[in-house]
Design a protein around this ligand. Sequence first.
Ligand code: CO
Ligand code: CO
Length: 310
Amino acid sequence: MVATDSGDDAAIWQISPERALVVTVDFITPIVDDPYLWGQIAAANAVSDVYAMGGEPIFALNLVNWNSIELPSSLLVEVLKGASDKAAEGGWLVVGGHSIEDTEPKFGMCVIGEVSPEGLLRNTGLRPDDVLILTKPLGIGILTTAIKSGVLDQGSQELVIDYMLQLNKAARDAAVNHHATGATDVTGFGLLGHLKKMISGQSLDAHLNLDMIPLIDGAYELAQNNIVPGGSKRNLQWTMPDLCVNGQSATDLMVLADAQTSGGLLFGVGPEKVHEVLQDLAEMGLTSAAIGHVTQGKAEQIHLFGHLNR
Ligand code: CO
Ligand code: CO
């Protein structure tokens, strides 16, 4: 049902009129020092694409690239424990995997899930007049870059780690319960890149209200000091021709393009559902907001209004 052509979050394979498989794979380099936390983050990041399709994960296989000459196997045990604990939290299982030698360690998963074909959320499923809901604040990539540069204080480190650990399961529930049809997760391509993929070829324009977009504390200031992932710069270059900029700063644009790990869901709901969706998300403890909307539009542009620095 879904393959590579739409650049969607996962492959979908229908197995009966009521059932379809969701299959995705993702792995990352160490993003934090603590191996147990890295394992948890990698699992939350890998399963996110199943949730972004409206699916429910069933089981996963680990992918391990490990430097067994320089790193003790006790560290790997911690990584694997983190991953299986995160899977247990989400109600799915890790049932095996594969490992190879690598100078730089990498860890991730292939996750298999299930979705009902009517409940499928596609990244091309936005409808004209849908209001865009974002379920985690932006800035994860900026803060993790600051961790790697050794300039982030303990409190901010804990804050960004908490966001990366957060499963997108509750956000998926909110999207499905309120009849969203278009969704993705805001990860490596940044908000601008993922939104571009959602509207291109769909005859839709997007309108973002920057005043409403939640940011992680400190993200804007770090970006002002050019502490941003290399991926964000590439995202911005790639999306620039599709942007309609109305007085936003270079920093505004860079934060909107932030290349994230384990970011939130971005989905569209009918305008009449917005109040209820936001209420549901707040009750589930998520930092979310209605950040804009889409309209019919042949130009397929992203129009920016307001400012992130407020
Ligand atoms: Co994704
Ligand atoms: Co992915």
